[in-house]
Design a binder for this molecule. Structure first.
Ligand SMILES: Nc1nc2c(ncn2[C@@H]2O[C@H](COP(=O)(O)OP(=O)(O)OP(=O)(O)O)[C@@H](O)[C@H]2O)c(=O)[nH]1
Ligand SMILES: [Mg+2]
Length: 417
């Protein structure tokens, strides 16, 4: 586990990438800078080397390595961050050549995740991802140490440090997976219960730092931490929201995405992401002031498709319109809304669009609830939209708009038309 956030002075880092033309290096580098800063580092400089393909043994070319080495030496650099997933060999060789600590993009993201995890489940997911990333990387270290090769007779007091480490990590991974299974079951139970009671769900998804938590707060007063920092949210939060047509919808705020999101993370956060993917509606929030807005939207769509939610209805939200008046060249669709989660602009339209996009299952009914069951009336007020309410001799008379799935619960109070 790499802990690059320290309480003392921030670490000075150099960002480095080999551009083989396989992805937009500049955009990725800009993002790496934000990631590094979110992890608490100070970026000294960025360096990109154009090359047909990264060197298998040491990632960069010899000249570049020399240049980086003297940069590190002359500027008290603590850390070099490579914008890729380094193989164990590349990482070791780079560290030896530069005499500086070297980490890659995945390790950096994992580190930020580790910092952001607040709940037990979040912490388990991050540790699992970190160990799964580490395990195959242990193999490259000290090959000579693993000559015993495993099997009967090689375990026990005579085994090497590497073998013990590996075994220890495997056991830990197993325990974490078991713990995660338990929370997954609870999550599934909650989801099934929600489905049964007819609670509609809408998941706020999108790029990290797009303003998802700010939107949840603006709509429901949830008080979720919103920060100008990548991956501020890891643990899902849900809050009930009343739509203009009276329906209640459960809004879920969850972990954000980034381009080239490490696989280990998607795997580890599968159950969290699945919860979002199982929603009745996706609210895809993006930062409209970002010139690479279309990439943000594409990454989110791609991840949701991977999770099997490709056909879930989606509302696209262009957020932060307070800081960009003339944004995007996007084709406007009926399901695209411009808002500012900060100033509240456009939130009313957003709610209307959400209501229009969710499956139409609302019915208007008349009910009579005896005074002895006043709690039921409160429930109806919470789950539906009460249009009329009168306190009569024989009980509370309500005219309410309720979701179809909820009608069965209140059947016995129903007054026929
Ligand atoms: N100007 C402006 N800033 C906004 C708006 N919405 C959010 N922000 C800012 O954008 C930053 C990120 O907001 P968050 O709500 O934490 O974003 P998020 O999508 O939840 O991010 P992660 O949880 O890190 O993935 C914060 O500094 C917010 O204050 C907006 O409408 N306008
Ligand atoms: Mg957030």
């Amino acid at each position: 586990m790499t802990e690059i956030i320290s309480d003392s002075a921030p670490e000075r880092a150099i960002l480095f990438s080999v551009d083989d033309g396989s992805f937009d290096n500049e955009a990725s580098m800009e993002e790496l800078r934000r990631l590094a800063e979110s992890a608490g580092a100070t970026v000294f400089c960025e360096s990109i080397q154009k090359k047909d393909k990264p060197d298998a043994a040491i990632y960069a070319g010899a000249g570049k390595i020399e240049e980086l080495r003297s940069l590190c030496e002359n500027n008290a650099i603590d850390l070099l961050i490579a914008d890729c997933e380094l193989t164990p060999t590349q990482q070791r060789n780079l560290e030896n050549a530069l005499d500086t600590r070297v980490i890659d993009r995945t390790t950096l993201i994992l580190d930020i995740f580790a910092k952001s995890a607040k709940t037990n489940e979040g912490k388990i997911q991050v540790e699992l991802a970190q160990l799964q990333y580490l395990l195959p990387r242990l193999a490259g270290r000290g090959k000579a140490l693993s000559r015993l090769g495993g099997g009967i007779g090689t375990r026990g007091p005579g085994e090497t440090k590497l073998e013990t480490d590996r075994r220890h990590i495997r056991r830990r991974i197993h325990n974490l997976e078991e713990a995660l299974k338990k929370t997954e079951r609870q999550r599934l139970l909650r989801r099934t219960r929600r489905k049964k009671t007819g609670v509609l769900t809408a998941a706020i998804v999108g790029y990290t730092n797009a303003g998802k938590s700010t939107l949840l707060n603006a709509l429901t007063g949830a008080g979720v931490l919103a920060q100008d920092r990548l991956f501020a949210t890891l643990d899902p939060t849900s809050r009930a929201l009343k739509l203009p047509d009276g329906r209640s919808v459960m809004l879920i705020d969850t972990v954000g995405f980034v381009s080239r999101l490490p696989h280990t993370l998607v795997d580890a956060f599968h159950s969290t992401l699945e919860e979002a993917a199982a929603a009745d509606l996706l609210i895809n929030v993006c930062d409209a002031s970002d010139p690479r807005l279309d990439r943000q939207l594409a990454v989110t769509k791609e991840v949701m498709e991977q999770l099997g939610a490709g056909s879930t209805p989606m509302v696209t939200v262009l957020n932060k319109c307070d800081i960009c008046r003339e944004p995007f060249l996007l084709p406007f669709s009926r399901r695209t809304v411009r808002i500012s989660a900060k100033t509240g602009e456009g939130l009313r339209e957003l709610l209307q669009t959400v209501a229009d996009t969710l499956p139409d299952t609302v019915r208007r009914i008349h009910l009579r609830v005896p005074y002895s069951e006043a709690g039921k009336a409160a429930e109806i007020r919470r789950f539906g939209l009460v249009e009329n309410e009168a306190y009569e001799e024989d009980g509370i008379h309500l005219t309410a708009r309720l979701d179809l799935a909820l009608l069965a619960h209140y059947q016995k109070y129903r007054i026929p038309e």
